[in-house]
Each structure stands twice: as structure tokens, then as C-alpha cells.
Design a protein around this ligand. Structure first.
Ligand code: AOF
Ligand code: ZN
Length: 377
């Protein structure tokens, strides 16, 4: 499927890649250390392009997207174009390499978005296709793909998960009021959006201050997405979380990790372990958890994206250590006034190195998102 008109072809390529990226989102957060990839197979018998196969990386990471799309297309793959959001793999896993499968199925053109930094792939996937005589177009919607694959790419390159910092603050830039428990800052639509963002992450992280003050559950509670809750991680250097915290209520369904010092009280730890709590031991310097090392340990557990929901101290430390990759800020209309805790970051003071990705509005709240390019630090 190649059109004689290169401009029309380019527009078509972008359209199908956009669809493949939307497809890839479906399993985001559910494919383990494997990225969620989308594949769309399109053929044109002369009467216009037609989708004959679609695939997304399966839950758990296998089968790969290409396997599923080729199975659906069957013989119709012969002479067709495959749109893949990530370079097809070149290594033998549970199945032969996807690049070889595309060749064998008779695909004649492959359009790719992101290259795969995995050393078993990294250019070899595209090379297999070209050597076999297929036409390959790379980097179609590459920025959008890098945005979608950020967790996977950052873990591959930096050996730590993507860190997404979410903060919600009031009209007067406060994130809450000390000792007042959870304060409603944003509205119902924003709450739902946050739950959707949680569902796409591998883990949600908060500091012990937030855990004690708000007593949050940190689960996804949206109709249809109830079983999409990522694991929860609490930074608790002095091991202060009480056993009756809401975070322990749903622990069989949604794991809870406590990050404590290596010297944490072994008896209390054993008691919590019996309740199902998991532990990550951390280096602690002057009461502060060594964050770069902790993030490496979290990546080693197989997590590629971390959704950080506060509080101010955790946000400040992550920003100071330049460990934040994405900032999502919600601003509500309420005023908190006297005694409120100032937000450590607001839309007018985004650290250097970030660029704004989008501005949104949810009900009465405004929301904006910034990312830092992977190369930047
Ligand atoms: C693809 N299509 O849908 C995905 C790919 O553990 P394995 O054998 O599944 O290999 C994991 C690697 O496969 C991962 O690091 C990345 O390079 C690639 N993921 N490749 O062709 C897919 N999810
Ligand atoms: Zn593959």
C-alpha cells in the first residue's frame, strides 16, 4: 500500500500510526517491563486502504502486538503495510522475532514510530526488514510514541522508572492545610482523570506525611477499571504507618510496599509482613531516603512508571534531585487561605528543562502537563 502522492501517503501514515498509538494505550500499565505496543495492518487492493489486522501487546507482555495483528490478518497480510508503534523485535522469545514474522507473512512495507533501545533489538529489527526487501519508514509520530513509551524508554536508558509528579493546588496555590486531613481542592472530573492516570502507571508513590494526613486508599475506583489499581509505595523512613491505615485494607488485591530504613524495627516489620505488607529497604541520610538508589530498586522490581501523588516534601526532594520526568498540575477554584501548605511547584514556576505538552480543563479545574526530554539529564 503506497500511494503515488507522497503528501497523501504521509497523511495516511500519520493517521494509521495515531490509531496504532491509541490501541497501544489500551494495555498501558499492564504489560510488565514490556512496553505496550500497537500494530495495525492495512492493505489496499485498489479500492482504498482497509484495516485487516490489529494487535496490542498482551497483558503480561506476551504475545507481542505483531503476533496478534498478523494472526488476525492471515493471508490478507500479503502485500500489506504494518504500522508499529515500536521497532519490531529481533530476538527469540516465546515466539520467533516479530521482524521475521512480518517478513514471513508477506508484509511489504513497515511504518514505525519509536526505535527500541533494548540491546537485543536496537536497529536490528528494522535491519531484518530492509535486508528482506521491505520498505521501512521510521519515526512517524515519533514524539507521540516517545511520550506514550516514556516509562519503557526511561527504564531502558536510565535504569529507573519514569517519575510522574502530580500535584493539585488551590486558587491560592496551597495543597492542603496541615492537620485538616484530606481537603477537596479539585472537582469530580479531575478526580476521575487522576484515577485514569493511576490506572496507566505501574506504581503510585506518596510520602508518609500524606499517608498519615489523608489516610488515602490510592486505588483506582472507576467503573470498569476497578481491577486496574497499580501497587502502592509509601516512603516511610521512620516506619510510622499505623496498621489500621486504609492502605492496608485492600492489600491482597492491591500490593503495598513500605520503604523503610535497613535498620527498621524487625518485630514491627515481621508483624506488617504477616498482614501482607512488602518492604523495600533504603539508605537513609539525615532522615532522607536516598532517592536515586531507591528508584533503581523500584525499576529492578519491574516497574517502569511511578505516579507520585505527594506530599510537598517528596515532590521537593524529587525535583531537587532532578528525578522528575513529567509534571501534571491541577488547579482548582477553592481558596485555602491562612494556614495552607504552599505547593512546591506551580504552573508559573516549572523547573528548567521541561516543556509544556498540553493544557486541559476538567470542569472548573485547569490542568497542564510538562515533560522533560529523556536526553536531558
Ligand atoms: C515487539 N512487539 O509488542 C513488544 C516488544 O520478554 P520478551 O521476549 O517479550 O521481550 C521483551 C522485549 O520485547 C522488550 O524489551 C522490547 O524490546 C520488545 N517489546 N516488541 O516486537 C511488542 N512489546
Ligand atoms: Zn516482538
Amino acid at each position: 500500500m503506497t500511494s503515488a502522492d507522497p503528501v497523501a501517503q504521509e497523511a495516511l501514515d500519520r493517521r494509521y500510526m495515531a490509531a496504532a498509538l491509541r490501541l497501544a494505550r489500551r494495555n498501558a500499565g499492564r504489560t510488565g517491563t514490556n512496553p505496550s505496543v500497537g500494530t495495525i495492518i492495512v492493505r489496499d487492493d485498489g479500492s482504498g486502504p482497509m484495516i485487516v489486522g490489529t494487535g496490542v501487546t498482551a497483558i503480561g507482555g506476551r504475545p507481542h502486538a505483531e503476533t496478534e495483528a498478523l494472526a488476525e490478518a492471515g493471508e490478507l497480510a500479503r502485500g500489506a503495510t504494518a504500522y508499529v508503534t515500536l521497532e519490531p523485535c529481533a530476538h527469540h522469545g516465546r515466539t520467533p522475532p516479530c521482524a521475521e514474522a512480518l517478513v514471513r507473512a508477506g508484509i511489504t512495507r513497515v511504518v514505525g514510530a519509536a526505535s527500541d533501545p533494548d540491546s537485543r533489538v536496537s536497529g536490528k529489527g528494522y535491519a531484518i526488514l530492509r535486508t528482506a526487501g521491505l520498505t521501512v519508514t521510521e519515526r512517524v509520530l515519533a514524539d507521540e510514541a516517545a511520550d506514550h513509551l516514556a516509562g519503557y524508554l526511561i527504564r531502558s536508558v536510565k535504569k529507573r522508572p519514569e517519575v510522574i509528579l502530580k500535584m493539585a493546588y488551590s486558587a491560592d496555590r496551597k495543597i492542603g492545610r496541615g492537620g485538616a486531613g484530606q481537603v477537596a481542592i479539585t472537582g469530580e472530573v479531575s478526580r476521575r482523570i487522576v484515577h485514569m492516570m493511576r490506572a496507566e502507571a505501574d506504581a503510585i508513590l506518596v510520602g508518609i506525611g500524606t499517608a498519615l494526613e489523608d489516610d488515602p486508599a490510592l486505588t483506582v475506583r472507576l467503573p470498569g477499571l476497578e481491577n486496574r489499581s497499580p501497587v502502592r509505595i509509601v516512603l516511610d523512613s521512620r516506619f510510622r504507618l499505623p496498621a489500621d491505615a486504609k492502605l492496608l485494607a485492600d492489600i491482597e488485591r492491591v500490593p503495598l510496599y513500605l520503604v523503610v530504613g535497613h535498620d527498621a524495627d524487625p518485630q514491627k516489620r515481621a508483624a506488617f509482613e504477616r498482614l501482607g505488607v512488602r518492604f523495600i529497604g533504603a539508605e537513609i541520610h539525615d532522615g532522607h531516603i536516598a532517592l536515586p538508589e531507591l528508584l533503581e530498586d523500584i525499576a529492578a522490581l519491574g516497574m517502569t512508571s511511578l505516579f507520585v501523588e505527594g506530599g510537598a516534601a517528596v515532590a521537593k526532594s524529587l525535583l531537587e534531585d532532578e528525578l522528575v520526568d513529567r509534571i501534571v498540575l491541577f488547579q482548582g477554584e477553592v481558596e485555602i487561605g491562612e494556614g495552607g501548605i504552599a505547593t512546591p511547584v506551580d504552573a508559573a514556576h516549572i523547573p528548567a528543562g521541561f516543556r509544556k505538552l498540553r493544557d486541559m480543563r476538567f470542569g472548573d479545574d485547569s490542568c497542564a502537563e510538562w515533560i522533560r526530554d529523556i536526553e536531558a539529564g
